[in-house]
Write a protein that binds this ligand. Structure first.
Ligand code: P5A
Length: 445
C-alpha cells in the first residue's frame, strides 16, 4: 500500500476522552472512530488488524476440529423465554420490536440460537461430538462503556458451542478449547493466563477466564508467579487426545490463578509469599461447561445408544476479538506509539522515502516495494511529500515492526537503513540483504 493513496487519518493531538494508552493510540493511529458511546467504525487499518486476528482465530479453531458458521446478530425474544434468560439477562440486553410488534433483541451471546439450530437438525448420539462456532458482532448495553474497544457496547466475539453425549466428552471439549486458546493468544504475541472465574449469566460451575496482565486491566487478579513462566510454544497437540489436552490443562491451571470473583485468601496463603502476586488483567476470553442447562430447558436431546432421548452436555467458549486489539496495544507500546507483534501487524514493513522526487530514491523504494510484494509480504510505502521527521513519527505511531529508510546519501554507498521498532536499533544493509532479513523473520513465524 502506498500511503499517499491509503486512508490513514492520524491525529496529532491526544484525544481528551481517551484514558488509557490503547484507546489513545487507536484513535491517534486512525484505526477507529467513535460513532456513539461504545460503538465504533473500524477505519481501514483498524479493520485490517481485526481481520488478521479473526483469521488467526479461525485457523486455530479449525485446527482444533471446530466448524465455522454464522448466525444473525438479531434474535427473537421467544428463544430467550424458553431458556429463561429473557428476564434474567437484564438491561444489558438491547430489546426492541419489529413492525409486526414482535419482540427482538441484538444478541449479546448465542447459546439459545445455537441450541435451537442443534435441536432442529441433530437427533442421534452418532452425530456427536459437535462443536460449532462463529465470529460475529455482539451487543451488550454496558453500564459504563469505556476504554475504546476494550469495553464496547458493540463488539466482535468468537463464540463457540460444543455438544456432547456425556459430561466426560464435554469436559474434553472444554480442555480442547483451553489448549486451542493458549495457542491462539500466543500467536498474537500475548500471554493470556487461564484463571478460575465466575460464570455469571452464562451459567455452570467450570469456567476459566483468560487474562492478559496489564495495569489498566479492569479485573483484579491473584496468582502464583510461576504461572507466568509457562509458554505453550510450538508443541504439536493431537486435539482428539484426551490425555494430551488434559495434561496441558493441568499444566496451565494447577497453580493458583483467580479473578477477584473466586479469590480465596486462605488458599492463596498456601502459595509461598515471594510468589504471590496481585495485579490487574484484561479478560480476553472465557470458556464454560454448563452441562444440560440449555439443552434441558429447550429440549435439545439426542437418541442415546439405548434408544432413549438424553439432553446433550454443552459448553460455550468466547474470545473477545475486538477487545484483543486493545489488549495487544496495552502490552506493546511506548511513548511514541504502538509496537505490533509480527504475528498481527497490519503491514509487514514500512518504507520511508527520505527524498520523494529524487529519481534514485524513488526507484529504490519502488523496487523494494515490488520485491516485498513478490515475497507475499505487505509493505506500507510512505511516498508522501513530507518531511522525514513527520514520516518517522507516523511510522512510530502506527507501529510496524520493521522500517526501511531510503535516502540519496545511503544509496550512494549502496545501503538502506533497517530499523526495528521494538528495540529502536538500526543497521545499514544493501537493499537485497534488508529484504532477505525481513522476509526471513516473517517466514519463521
Ligand atoms: C462464551 C461464548 C460468553 O458470552 N457465550 C458465548 C460465552 N462469554 S463472555 O465471557 O461473556 O464473553 C466472551 C468474551 O467477549 C469479550 N467481551 C467484550 N469485549 C468488548 N466489549 C465488551 N463489552 C465485552 N464483553 C465481553 C471478552 O473478552 C469476553 O471474555
Amino acid at each position: 500500500m502506498r500511503l499517499s493513496r491509503y486512508f490513514l487519518p492520524v491525529l496529532k493531538e491526544t484525544p481528551a476522552e481517551a484514558q488509557i494508552a490503547s484507546h489513545r493510540l487507536m484513535l491517534r493511529a486512525g484505526m477507529i472512530k467513535q460513532s456513539s458511546a461504545g460503538i465504533y467504525s473500524w477505519l481501514p487499518m483498524g479493520f485490517k488488524i481485526l481481520r488478521k486476528l479473526e483469521n488467526i482465530v479461525h485457523e486455530e479453531q479449525i485446527r482444533a476440529g471446530h466448524i465455522p458458521m454464522l448466525m444473525p446478530t438479531l434474535q427473537s425474544a421467544e428463544l430467550w423465554r424458553e431458556s429463561g434468560r429473557y428476564d434474567a439477562y437484564g438491561p444489558e440486553m438491547l430489546r426492541f420490536k419489529d413492525r409486526q410488534d414482535r419482540e427482538m433483541l441484538y444478541g449479546p451471546t448465542n447459546e439459545e440460537a445455537i441450541t435451537d439450530i442443534f435441536r432442529a437438525h441433530v437427533n442421534s448420539y452418532k452425530d456427536l461430538p459437535l462443536t460449532l462456532y462463529q465470529v460475529q458482532w455482539k451487543f451488550r448495553d454496558e453500564m459504563r462503556p469505556r476504554f475504546g474497544v476494550m469495553r464496547g457496547r458493540e463488539f466482535f466475539m468468537k463464540d463457540g458451542y460444543n455438544f456432547d453425549l456425556t459430561q466426560e466428552d464435554a469436559l474434553h471439549a472444554y480442555n480442547r478449547h483451553l489448549v486451542s486458546y493458549l495457542r491462539t493468544y500466543e500467536r498474537m504475541g500475548l500471554q493470556a493466563i487461564p484463571m478460575r472465574a465466575d460464570s455469571g449469566p452464562i451459567g455452570g460451575e467450570n469456567t476459566h477466564e483468560f487474562l492478559v496482565l496489564a495495569e489498566t486491566g479492569e479485573s483484579e487478579v491473584f496468582y502464583d508467579s510461576q504461572i507466568t513462566e509457562l509458554t505453550f510454544g510450538d508443541r504439536e497437540i493431537d486435539y482428539d487426545s484426551r490425555e494430551q489436552c488434559q495434561a496441558v490443562l493441568e499444566e496451565f491451571t494447577s497453580r493458583y490463578a483467580r479473578t477477584d470473583e473466586t479469590h480465596d485468601e486462605a488458599i492463596f496463603a498456601e502459595v509461598p509469599e515471594e510468589r504471590r502476586r496481585t495485579a490487574r488483567g484484561i479478560e480476553v476470553g472465557q470458556i464454560f461447561y454448563f452441562g444440560t442447562k440449555y439443552s434441558e430447558a429447550m429440549g435439545a436431546t439426542v437418541q442415546g445408544p439405548d434408544g432413549k432421548p438424553v439432553p446433550v452436555h454443552m459448553g460455550s467458549h468466547g474470545i473477545g476479538v475486538s477487545r484483543l486489539i486493545g489488549a495487544i496495544i496495552e502490552a506493546n507500546h511506548d511513548d511514541k506509539g504502538i509496537i505490533w507483534p509480527e504475528g498481527v501487524t497490519p503491514f509487514h514493513v514500512g518504507i520511508v522515502n527520505l527524498k520523494q522526487g529524487d529519481e534514485e530514491a524513488d526507484a529504490a523504494c519502488e523496487s523494494l516495494y515490488k520485491a516485498f510484494e513478490a515475497k507475499g509480504l505487505e509493505p506500507l510505502y510512505d511516498d508522501r511529500n513530507e518531511r522525514a521527521g513527520g514520516k518517522f513519527a507516523t511510522m512510530d505511531l502506527i507501529g510496524l515492526p520493521w522500517r526501511i529508510t531510503v535516502g540519496p546519501r545511503g544509496l550512494k554507498a549502496g545501503v538502506v537503513e533497517l530499523t526495528c521498532r521494538r528495540t529502536g536499533e538500526s543497521e545499514e544493509l544493501s537493499p537485497e540483504a534488508a529484504i532477505e532479513k525481513v522476509a526471513g523473520i516473517y517466514a519463521a513465524l
